[in-house]
Design a protein around this ligand. Sequence first.
Ligand SMILES: [Zn+2]
Length: 104
Amino acid sequence: MVRCQEVIDLLMDYLEAELPQSRAAALKAHLDGCSPCLAFLNTYRSTIQVSRQLTVEEIPPELTERLLEFLRRERDPDRKGKKAGAVPNDEPDKARGRRAPECT
Ligand SMILES: [Zn+2]
């Protein structure tokens, strides 16, 4: 049985027809009974179609950002509660390097 979280993981392989037949069948069975996942598939598929028609420069940064945000939101909820390797930016490091804080 395929769960909603797995659908998201399998979707790319499914659309590239790289999924083993048994997995693809299980995925289809899930999609038949789960309209949120079906809607997600449709969104995903049309996004791929649109992006294939565009060159990289033609995709507005805003769209890319919204897409990534969407995918992140879909993936994150109950899989990993906390992010282990949340890396902020490395600005503090740079500043510290200049001031040599620990060595007086
Ligand atoms: Zn589902």
